[in-house]
Design a protein around this ligand. Sequence first.
Ligand code: ACO
Length: 323
Amino acid sequence: MFNSKIASFAKCVPENIVTNNDLEKLVDTSDEWIFSRTGIKERRISVSENTSEICAGAAKKAIDAAKLMPEEVELIITATISGDYYIPSVSCIVQKIIGAKNAMAFDINAACSGFIFALSAADKFIKTGTFKNALVIGGEVLSKFVDWDDRGTCVLFGDGAGACVIKRGNGRGIIAEDLHSDGEKGESLMSSYIPVDNPFCESTEETFKFIKMGGREIFNFATRKVPASINEVIKKSALSFDDIKYIVPHQANSRIVEIIAKKLKLPMNKFFMNMDKYGNTSGASIPIALSEMSEKGLIKENDKIIVTGFGGGLTWGSALIEL
Ligand code: ACO
């Protein structure tokens, strides 16, 4: 077995900022309602770039910061639920844009837990010696799947991408992880049903495109599963919360994070939050947060952090990482 180390973080978000006040012009809502229920003030909404383009933007910065030439990249995994196409994958389009012509590239669909699942897979590829480095991306243009007439969901989501490079190195990479799925509850959060449609069937099923969410169900699921998952990685690692610099949760809702902190009896300043600026960017939220933390000097080499996520599938999980 080899060791792994995260070498860089980067992000790329669309320039267009949509504030809560802007949304008041689209649906019957208010800045006060949105901020007090979710902690979100504004989000980035793409007016031109599709998912692959912003993912490539984050990917380029991450490989430069990791001092890798594009042709040296061996693996690209993108966590996304909002690719430009079914085929080719976002990872293959990123490969083409950045010129990583020697990489193996594929996508992972695990919604808001996607980046953690992708990082877990990449860490295994490195530790087993299959590859010496991997580019792990989380990127979404969710605004394509948002019903802009539905005030219950359109205020929540945003677009953006984050990336990291993980390499064979003298670190521990993921020290402990706890990853789960529960397909039984998949209907709590869905988007884009594609029914069977061919000359041999009489399809009567209704199709739909937009995100449908049982908000309260997801809220309860997250506040129940995430604290247990964080406790599990602490237990598996034989470390204590004192050893952990930050917990970086999926940036869906500040009230969810407050309940998680209370259940774990941890102060809120142990949790990093930036959903006020970006909203819920699904698979991109954790790498965008990590990139911002790295830019601000909040995390540095050898720090131990926990990333934790929850979302469609349903999926959830945590990873305790040594940087
Ligand atoms: N502005 C004003 N009023 C609103 C809005 C809005 N944007 N949205 C809903 N309301 C109204 C509802 O119509 C309802 O009105 P009624 O009582 O007259 O029927 C009232 O507010 C309460 O609605 P609820 O849905 O019960 O509000 P709740 O307190 O549950 O908050 C929220 C809704 C913010 C969505 C919350 O349930 C939540 O955060 N859930 C978790 C969602 C989440 O984290 N999803 C992402 C995880 S998965 C992923 O990231 C892809």
